[in-house]
Write a protein that binds this ligand. Structure first.
Ligand SMILES: NC(=O)c1ccc[n+]([C@@H]2O[C@H](COP(=O)([O-])OP(=O)(O)OC[C@H]3O[C@@H](n4cnc5c(N)ncnc54)[C@H](OP(=O)(O)O)[C@@H]3O)[C@@H](O)[C@H]2O)c1
Length: 358
């Protein structure tokens, strides 16, 4: 039997049965599902995956409709809607530069958003909640690949410590609520993500969107050089956003026995890594992106810019032992991301270029 891929065995009335490795799992198609941050890189991938799997009862609010840093707004929303499942993908997110420039915003807004949602989900008796953190929660010099057990065993990477400390507080909150209130709150730590709807603003973006945009602009401006920040030697793991969404649905649909093995344990936090299990140096990544974009010029490295953590590869044994594996290779993902960028960015580039060419 084709193992990994979710497959429906025909929907009976409003119930759909999923098979994963021969085990049957019932999921109600009309389950009320709140995706916080549904317009973001992760949130939009979750919405695509949920809809593709037949879930139609999604509750979605933009930041202007519901500011999740506002406690009373958030509690009123949950009291009114009472979602059964909550995907907590709303957060203040950004690259090295943004974390350096706005540390206060990163710690305060992330603490407010996650605290308001986790407490409101408890009060409105949500069945399950998935809190999305990030691999920067682990010590800067954690042994590689990074196991969940290495949490709080050493100093963090200073450039994004405020953000990381907020995420660690979120993990502790999920664990504490599971122990005190017997909630089903799970914290998932994805590796670096990229994909449709990514942020291509060069001031605040992550490495893949920044390099795709830089090399595309260098190509269309006939520049002979594209500059990459840092030495090029740091190694990073990258996961395509639709794969991450697939893993999140997989986790939230685990049968009770396996879900409880993750959340109902007083000895270990309800924590699970999500990654693809392999990494690349920034130099290798830059060469792959130049290939995908068709930039034939010279790649240079600006060593005055910070490298960040030397290596960050997650240990995904816990997730793969449950039966999930990533399926999009980096080269496939980069090709798809570049096509998305070309489709989404024409107005941005022509405006920029027009301004620049003047
Ligand atoms: N990107 C990565 O490489 C990565 C890697 C690992 C983990 N993660 C985790 O994944 C989660 C989502 O990250 P992302 O990359 O999808 O970020 P993103 O693209 O910046 O999306 C964040 C979303 O949160 C919403 N949001 C922010 N502040 C809000 C507020 N006060 N009220 C309501 N909504 C608010 C934003 O709304 P607007 O669209 O209206 O601004 C946006 O839709 C985060 O927890 C992050 O830690 C991301």
């Amino acid at each position: 039997m084709e193992q990994r891929r979710f497959s429906t065995t025909g929907s009976r009335s409003r119930q759909r049965t999923w098979t994963i490795i021969g085990e049957l799992i019932d999921v109600h198609l009309d389950a009320k599902i709140f995706v916080a941050g549904h317009r973001g890189l992760v949130g939009s991938a979750l919405v695509r995956s949920l809809r593709m799997n037949g879930f139609q009862n999604l509750i979605l609010r933009t930041k202007s409709e519901l500011d999740l840093t506002n406690q009373s707004q958030t509690e009123d929303f949950f009291a009114a809607e009472k979602p059964s499942y909550v995907f907590l993908a709303a957060a203040k997110v950004g690259g090295i530069l943004a974390n350096n420039e706005y540390p206060g915003d990163f710690v305060a807004q992330n603490l407010q958003i996650q605290t308001n949602i986790i407490e409101s989900a408890r009060k409105s008796n949500a069945d399950r909640l998935l809190f999305l953190g990030s691999s920067c929660i682990y010590p800067k010099f954690a042994s590689q690949p990074i196991k969940e057990e290495s949490l709080l065993t050493g100093p963090l990477e200073p450039t994004n410590r405020p953000y990381a400390v907020a995420k660690i507080a979120g993990i502790e909150m999920c664990w504490s609520y599971n122990r005190q209130y017997k909630t089903g709150f799970l914290a998932a730590m994805p590796t670096n993500l990229y994909g449709p709807g990514d942020n291509y603003d060069l001031e605040t973006s992550h490495v893949i969107p920044a390099l795709i945009r830089k090399m595309h602009e260098a190509k269309i401006n006939n520049s002979s050089v594209a500059t990459i920040w840092g030495t090029g030697s740091p190694r990073r793991e990258f996961l395509y956003s639709d794969d991450l969404a697939d893993a999140c649905l997989f986790l939230m649909n685990l049968d009770k026995r396996r879900f409880d093995s993750l959340v109902a344990n007083d000895q270990t936090p309800p924590l699970i890594n999500i990654g693809c299990g392999s990494d690349h140096s920034i130099r290798e990544l830059a060469v792959q992106i130049a290939e995908v974009v068709g930039f034939r010029g010279k790649l240079t490295f600006d060593t005055t810019k910070p490298d960040g953590t030397p290596r960050k590869l997650l240990d995904v044994t816990r997730l793969t032992s449950l039966g999930w594996q990533a399926k999009t290779t980096l080269s496939q993902g980069l090709k798809q991301a570049y096509q998305e960028f070309l489709m989404d960015s024409q107005p941005l580039l022509s405006g920029e270029l027009a301004h620049r060419i003047g």
